[in-house]
Ligand binder design. Structure first.
Ligand code: G3H
Length: 489
């Protein structure tokens, strides 16, 4: 059992002696998948929230604190120290990624390594940005020396599906730009922060990074209500983002960096390479059981090839291996959110009542904490699964006869992150791309949707995102351009 009884405030690792809340894993080492007690985490409240805000705002001290005034080269040294120590925690963090969120061994290792690489790339990018920023430009006899400065206190809230990598894609750039950070891990994926606490404490000056635990309403709300947060950095759902934003007494001063919901479609044109389209649509819709904001959440197939596509797609889905994350060759794993199987079942039932069928044999079979992916066809707009972001193992398929149909649906959608387009004829594809780039932010040609490589801009239109994250963009998102202007004398 891992009892997470330590938290980090103002450079001090504090022992928690109050109430704790148990943490369960949805996976088990036996064949009977079921809740296994993993440990416990502190159940914090307003007092600790206030302590964290106080520490972060003192560290910022209206831009005069040690961290925001530290030279970029020295902040980089702190980050290098951190990442070196972090690397020694790999096996423990990977194990916890498997146990806490049910991510397969390969994907857990990938998440850890990607995060380490992300930190190194951020350091390199900041060095380049700093060199470029120090550049003098002269306009109308005035010299300008531009630099990038911090913005203030950041509240960082990451998602459960990438509790390390995505959270760090906010936390690392926020911190390295000189902003003190308050970080509250997501509900699933708290324990895996334990092995990193020492590394944080040893690498950064006091108050630069503060880590607290608990429920959003108990901890994040008082932090926002204090009015001392300058940036809300959140990857998760828009409901929480709006609620937190509304609690800030001076919303106009609050900068938002948000990664929110998406309903990324795949569009399969009549001349698509079906083997490739099926392979990519499976990876896109079902990697990590569909629990990715970039997952393909609806597939539009041209009516002329739908029968063939469906038959082959369904067979391939049924062949996917389900098991515990550490088992060899496993693709589908138990779901960490205990209400998720019931929610997915609701979507399936609703679709069945409204005229769809489950077209794969194993679709919808359940164990206590998992549901085998159900491929639903034909899906229509009367169904909840058409509108809701399922974030789980159910794949809705629709047909279209004219390309304008999926385009119109995308235009009406509240989301606008990415799309996958499968086809060969460049004379059809080229004008389509022109239309699609005005509906989403990334068009994936003959490939599934994804966030990486991390140097590519990661953002979305409408309700899908506010601000842009990528190695380069995040450094800009978490800072402000300032400059010194001087006249030639
Ligand atoms: O949940 C959304 C993640 O950003 C997905 O990231 O495309 O790298 O799996 P990924």
């Amino acid at each position: 059992l891992l009892n997470q009884d330590t938290y980090l405030i103002n450079g001090e690792l504090k022992k928690w002696e109050g109430q704790t809340t148990p943490v369960f894993s949805t996976i088990s080492s036996t064949d009977a998948y079921g809740p296994t007690l993993l440990g416990s985490i502190p159940f914090m409240g307003e007092a600790e929230a206030n302590e964290a805000v106080q520490a972060a705002s003192e560290a910022y001290n209206n831009g005069q604190g040690l961290w925001p005034t530290m030279k970029v080269a020295d902040r980089i040294k702190c980050m290098e120290r951190f990442v070196e120590q972090m690397k020694t925690t790999r096996s423990e963090v990977v194990k916890l990624l498997m146990w806490e969120i049910g991510k397969s061994l390969g994907d857990s290792e990938k998440e850890f390594d990607r995060t380490v690489e992300y930190i190194y790339d951020t350091i390199t990018s900041l060095k380049e940005l700093n060199t470029r920023s120090a550049f003098f430009s002269k306009v109308q006899g005035i010299n300008a020396m531009v630099r990038r400065g911090p913005l203030g206190v950041v509240l960082c809230l990451g998602p459960y599906n990438y509790p390390l990598n995505e959270t760090f894609s906010l936390l690392i750039p926020a911190l390295i730009m000189g902003n003190p950070v308050i970080f509250k891990p997501a509900k699933h994926g708290v324990l895996l922060i334990s092995p990193l606490l020492e590394a944080f404490r040893n690498s950064f000056p006091k108050g630069a990074i503060n880590i607290v635990y608990g429920r959003g309403r108990e901890v994040a709300s008082p932090i926002m209500k204090s009015g001392k947060v300058d940036i809300l950095a959140l990857i998760g759902n828009s409901k929480s983002a709006i609620a937190l934003q509304d609690q800030h007494p001076n919303k106009n001063r609050l900068r938002l960096i948000l990664g929110l919901e998406a309903k990324n479609p795949a569009i399969v044109l009549p001349d698509a390479d079906l083997d490739l389209a099926i392979q990519e649509c499976i990876a896109g819709s079902l990697s990590f059981n569909g629990q990715r904001c970039t997952a393909l959440k609806i597939i539009y197939v041209h009516e002329s090839i739908a029968a063939e596509f469906n038959k082959r797609f369904a067979a391939k889905v049924d062949a996917l291996a389900f098991g515990n994350p550490w088992e060899k060759g496993v693709f589908l794993t138990p779901l960490p959110e205990k209400d998720k199987p019931a929610y997915i079942q609701e979507l399936i039932d609703d679709a069945l009542v409204n005229g769809a069928s489950i077209i794969n044999e194993k679709g919808g079979q359940t164990t206590p904490n998992a549901i085998f992916p159900a491929v639903l066809f034909p899906v229509n707009k009367a169904m909840r699964v058409y509108h809701e972001e399922q974030f789980g193992p159910v794949v809705p398929i629709m047909t279209f006869s004219e390309i304008q149909e999926p385009l119109n649906d995308m235009a009406e959608s509240n989301y606008g992150q990415q799309v996958s387009l499968f086809g060969k004829d460049i004379t059809t594809i080229a004008p389509l791309i022109d239309a699609l780039v005005n509906l989403v932010c990334r068009v994936n040609l003959n490939s599934s949707c994804q966030r990486g490589p991390d140097v590519f801009p990661f953002t979305g239109r409408k309700d899908s995102a506010v601000g842009t994250l990528s190695i380069h963009d995040a450094l800009r998102s978490f800072s402000i351009r300032t400059f010194v202007a001087s006249k030639d004398n």
